[in-house]
Design a protein around this ligand. Structure first.
Ligand SMILES: Nc1ncnc2c1ncn2[C@@H]1O[C@H](COP(=O)(O)OP(=O)(O)O)[C@@H](O)[C@H]1O
Ligand SMILES: [Mg+2]
Length: 347
């Protein structure tokens, strides 16, 4: 894998409004710091607002920016699994940071091309990671807004000559300052030379040149299809240097994802329900379910609805009852119920 990086040394980090501080005389500030009444960061802000520190418009200290980058990176770290993706993202962050420092030190910098290919099955976290990456790149001042515009073939390809270029340009315009995420990107190459999909690819490639510093494009989809698509489109291959592979989650990872999703919603599983879930994730002796984390999310959401139906007519219902997902709440949400029932009973 090759990665080429580029830095924008004259970009100023976005300034976040901080809560206002009470007015304090400048000569009193060191004492307040010594007494632990204000933090060093707040002291600097006080001095600045008193006109004693750097003039307005100057860059925020690096430390503050790094802190914000780390805050967003935490979100990525908190995702279950995804080791390879996390490693690659931290490599990417390091490169951007070092290119920035090199620029400041007057050293030559590499041009950064951050367009990416995400390969993996549905529900493996591609969109989730892309959204967090947008935030990281924003905090690193690589992208101005860092928002994610997720599109697919139908959003880009039109029905008559000229329509496609117009539709594609519209989506690109929405994505400027952020990430344009094209799901199932290979479908753009579907109909061959005569298909309007080709026009979408050409428009996209041109926009990537025209808006080089304002846009990151991510092409996503199934591994094999993406690999074939890149191989048959050399123009795409050379412009998308970063490739990330999203593996299917293991059963233990899916279980952790389920528990985290429930915890976030203030629910948890009864031991029997948990055992049943593990069994389903393992395929229950039938077949492992498709859909990775998305399957888990749908299952959890169905179970929550079933729990509600079960409780709403109950005479009494404790706080604990409101939180617990019982095995029967999973029952109808699960595929191959009969097969599971029999294997669950050990028959
Ligand atoms: N590693 C993970 N940890 C926690 N939740 C995850 C993880 N991966 C995916 N999810 C959740 O699963 C769902 C599907 O993920 P998504 O990013 O849309 O997958 P993809 O884009 O690959 O189809 C989302 O609700 C997402 O929050
Ligand atoms: Mg997706």
């Amino acid at each position: 894998m090759s990665i080429i990086y580029h830095v924008f040394p004259d970009q100023v980090p976005p300034v976040r409004p901080a809560p206002p501080l009470p007015p304090v005389r400048t000569d009193e500030i060191p004492r307040l710091v010594e007494q632990g009444k204000v933090t060093v960061a707040d002291a600097l802000r006080m001095m600045r607002s008193n006109g004693q520190a750097s003039p307005p418009g100057r860059k925020e200290p690096d430390a503050q920016q790094r802190e914000r980058v780390e805050e967003v990176s935490e979100e990525l770290e908190s995702l279950v699994g995804l080791c390879r993706v996390k490693k690659l993202v931290s490599e990417l962050k390091a490169f951007v940071e070092i290119q920035r420092r090199r620029a400041r030190a007057g050293l030559a910098t590499e041009p950064t091309v951050l367009h990416m290919i995400f390969r993996g099955n549905p529900g493996t976290g591609k969109t989730t990671v892309a959204r967090i990456l947008g935030k990281i790149l924003k905090e690193m001042s690589v992208l101005e807004k860092g928002h994610l515009i997720e599109v697919e073939r139908a959003d880009l390809v039109g029905e008559y000559i000229g329509h496609t270029a117009q539709k594609t340009r519209e989506q690109i315009k929405r994505a400027l300052g952020g990430i344009l995420f094209i799901d199932e990107a290979y479908s753009l190459a579907r109909g061959g030379e005569k298909d309007f999909g080709k026009e979408a690819i050409d428009t996209l490639v041109k926009a990537m040149e025209d808006h080089k510093d304002e846009l990151v494009v991510i092409l996503a989809g199934y591994r094999d299809e993406m690999t074939r698509f890149i191989r048959t489109n050399p123009g795409i291959k050379s412009r998308f240097p970063i490739h990330m592979d999203f593996d299917d989650y293991a059963t233990e990872e899916l279980l952790l994802i389920a528990e985290a999703m429930l915890e976030r919603r203030q629910y948890r599983m009864a031991p029997e329900a948990r055992a049943r879930l593990v069994q389903v994730l393992d395929g229950g002796g039938v077949e492992r379910p498709q859909g990775n984390a998305r399957f888990v999310r749908n299952l959890i959401e169905k179970a929550i609805r079933r729990q509600a139906v079960r409780l709403v007519s109950a005479e009494e219902c404790s706080r604990e009852d409101l939180m617990i997902i019982q095995v029967q709440d999973f029952a109808e949400a699960l595929p191959n119920k009969e097969a599971l029932d029999s294997s669950f009973r050990g028959t």
